[in-house]
Design a binder for this molecule. Structure first.
Ligand code: ADP
Length: 501
């Protein structure tokens, strides 16, 4: 048994990675996923395409190593969260396309629920901000709008699942209908304190409990692959939503440890240990994972526009040819020459929560050149990250000792150094930036004894580079003060929240 197979079902692609005992990536395969936008604001995926693509990449990754399925000790799953699938228990056929987390079709229902006073209950029980993003209202929509679905569901003929559940059910030939705690906590139907589905929410949304998966720990054998898939049964032994899997893959096992994924946006998670910490600043409280007989919690926040601002420099302004070139340019100047870029293209999130904010450049003088603007845009990723981390520290009552990083823009050395300087804490970049898949592999590997414990697993993903803070307090304070003044200028620019000028 040489490998753990991680199946990573993202929003835009299906991936398989085989990890060996030393945490090395031994084989990968990837296939893009078709995105469907049937109406403005709607986003769908084909669940059968997801399943077929996962089987395809699993076979391809195995073939590339020349090893057979007997070399795989277990399968771990990580997935885009909240995306909602309903299928027929008998035939296994989905009753409609998957409604993707980004889909806004249930925003009116969320408005209605807020009017009815559900906002506070959802925050208290589910740890979430009541929003169309999460699965609950998507599932309600399917039952309301797919002909015959409500009756079939009442008769116990339909099953609901997020993407983890869908994959595990198919892998095990319908034997396991489960979801791990981290995924359950994103449905807006799950009480993160009692670890049970919330009966009152189910009743309000008219969702029969019989269609819900059993919520289970993130690391345990859920079942075995049906023999027709790989020729032999392989244990399916771990699952976690993508952001929680990344937190695990980064080895953030103790309260106060946090990771930031610098992609199109930033996703920040801080482990808060065995206690859920309620946010007073619009962050969400989520289950990190269930493991070793207990559960751990995390606070989660995001930055809407991060790497996307670098794409903007490249595609709209033409200031750079490649994202990586931003580093070279930023290094050509000593500072931004007094200029700040606030990339609030779609408003500002935590801790500002100002939907009417818009992108703003302040402090322009005749001497501000291309390199200064590029540098100011890169710096904005770090300022925004600091804003969210500050909110987390206040909500959790924990001081951040270090930040672990991954995602496309974490390759940028200038940005990582600036991040460390602004936070006045070290930034740790691991050797393996496949944290998400590695986290899923870890959860599965621990369940079958492939790794003896978390520490042995994490030791395989050593830190490749530490960026230590090197900025004096006076300069740091002055820069942060400037950022806060720039954010003030960006606030409330749009006259209505739809962004009309
Ligand atoms: P996602 O998973 O959200 O698609 P990735 O983790 O693949 O994102 O990261 C891609 C993002 O990171 C893009 O928005 C890109 O502009 C940005 N990016 C990639 N490389 C760099 C770099 N060297 N410096 C700054 N930004 C970068």
């Amino acid at each position: 048994m040489q490998y753990i197979m991680a199946l990573d079902q993202g929003t835009t692609s299906s991936r398989c990675i085989l990890f060996d005992r030393r945490g090395r990536v031994c084989s990968t395969a990837q296939k893009p996923l078709r995105q469907s936008f049937p109406r403005p604001g709607w986003v769908e995926h084909d669940p059968m395409e997801i399943w077929a693509a996962q089987m395809g990449v699993a076979q391809e990754a195995l073939l590339k190593t020349g090893a057979g399925p007997e070399s795989v000790a277990a399968i771990g799953i990580t997935n885009q969260r909240e995306t909602t699938i309903v299928w027929d228990r008998e035939t296994g056929r989905p009753v409609c396309p998957a409604i993707v987390w980004q889909c806004r079709r249930t925003a009116p229902l969320c408005q209605q629920l807020l009017k009815e006073g559900w906002g506070e209950k959802v925050r208290k029980r589910c740890g979430l901000v009541l929003d169309a993003y999460f699965s609950a209202t998507k599932l309600h929509w399917i039952l309301e709008n797919v002909p015959g679905a409500r009756e079939k569901a009442r008769r116990g003929e339909l099953l609901f699942g997020t993407v983890d559940t869908w994959l595990i059910w198919n892998l095990t030939g319908g034997a396991a209908h489960v979801t791990d705690y981290s995924n359950a906590s994103r449905t807006m139907l799950f009480d993160i304190h009692t670890l049970k589905w919330d009966a009152e929410l189910l009743e309000r949304l008219d969702i029969p409990a019989s269609m819900l998966p059993q919520a289970v720990p993130s690391s345990q054998i859920y079942g075995y692959t049906k023999p027709s898939i790989f020729g032999r049964p392989i244990p399916v032994a771990g699952a976690a939503g993508d952001q929680q899997a990344a937190l695990f893959g980064q080895g953030c096992f103790r309260p106060g440890m946090a990771k930031n994924t610098y992609g199109t946006g930033c996703f920040l998670l801080m482990n808060t240990g065995a206690q859920p910490k309620e946010s007073r600043q619009g962050l969400v409280t989520t289950l990190a994972w269930g493991l070793d007989g207990g559960v751990e919690y995390a606070l989660e926040g995001s930055v809407f526009v991060a790497g996307a601002a670098i794409q903007w420099l490249r595609d709209e302004l033409g200031l750079i040819d490649t994202a990586a070139q931003s580093e070279e340019l930023a290094a050509q100047v000593e500072d931004t020459n007094g200029c700040y870029v606030v990339p609030a293209f779609t408003g500002l999130g935590a801790p500002w929560w100002n939907p009417k904010a818009r992108g703003t450049v302040v402090g322009l003088t005749r001497g501000v050149n291309r390199a200064h603007l590029v540098r100011a845009t890169l710096e904005s990723l770090a300022y925004q990250t600091c804003d969210v981390l500050g909110a987390m520290e206040r909500d959790a009552g924990l001081a951040l000792s270090q930040l672990r990083v991954d995602g496309g823009a974490s390759a940028n050395g200038f940005l990582m150094q600036f991040q460390a300087d602004l936070m006045d804490a070290p930034v740790l970049r691991p050797a393996c930036i496949e944290s998400t898949a590695y986290g899923a592999a870890g959860l599965a590997g621990l369940a079958v004894g492939f790794w003896p414990d978390r520490e042995a697993f994490a030791a395989n993903n050593p830190v490749e580079r530490v960026f230590r803070p090197a900025m004096g307090p006076a300069r740091r304070e002055a820069m942060l003060r400037g950022w806060r003044r720039a954010v003030e200028r960006a606030r409330d620019w749009a006259e209505d929240s739809e962004g009309n000028p």
